[in-house]
Design a protein around this ligand. Sequence first.
Ligand code: ADE
Length: 342
Amino acid sequence: MKEVDIKKLLDWYQKNKRDLPWRKTSDPYKIWISEVMLQQTRVETVVDYYTRFLKFLPTIHDLAHVKEDQLLKLWEGLGYYSRARNLKKCAQKVMDLGLSSLPSDESLLKTLPGIGPYTAGAILSISYQKCFPAIDGNVLRVLSRVYEDDRDLLKKSVRESYENLLKKFMTKENARSFTEGFIELGALVCIPNGVPLCENCPLRSCCKSKKHDTMLEYPKKKKKKSRKIVSKTVYILKYQDTYAIRKRKEGVLVGMYELPNVDETFTKEQLGQFLTQKNDSYSSIRFIGNFKHIFSHLEWHMKAYLVNLNEKPKNYKFYSKETIAQKYSLPTAFSQIFQKIP
Ligand code: ADE
């Protein structure tokens, strides 16, 4: 890659960039929120979350003072809830340091909770026009193809070698478009699934993979670790048009609300026996369906039932469907079942 290739990339970006809400601002707080959300899910999904989040929490000061339940509600459906909690921790730390906004100093920025090299690079280059690259999976895919790089891209040393390389091409004038341009190229042209659109690529003349027609061999795939499978029964407890929820005390999704569930697979009869043992008096049990939820390191395979109760057990709170939707953060693993209640 030479300077002339970077110039082509920047020209391409100006002509082809998507109109996205976080591209209309340099506010470091807004850029930060967009980047953390974009690490979790697709651009199309982020647009609505981003807009709603900033409407509710327009400044870093608002984020530092938000109630955890409200924060998790804004994050509901995005997953990786520890990231949302880290956002608040980070905002609090910025306030504690007596700053009015995220710092533009690289070392200080990287000491803040949840801010790793990618997020720091994105904030520094996009908001502050500083020469720090932001290298995520998309950018690594582009680079691994350009250089036919067989190395393990997850290694810190590999990322750092690319940071050093990219820094050489960055200037105060191009820093923002440089970061956004590489990301956009990875999203629109040098795509992850399927054949990349090399004919449209501004880097095609310097790309080794294009030259040798090896694009689909890069990035080198590592064997994926298999996920642990947990079989569960989720039993929705209904009492007079209200439904039982409670806060999770431990494990994955800790602090989020959950529907009653156990780590065992019950038939309808077994669930009936289980409830009777717990002294729950019910009038009917209905099978709703089988559901699956995939986390990064485990999968929940769930059998779901709807139980009509004759009285309320003590260890749950009961709310209407509307109240749960408006006030409580029920993660997708459970809300997908809740939505199917007949
Ligand atoms: N993915 C990660 N960062 C992004 C950004 N700023 N714009 C679009 N997609 C992204």
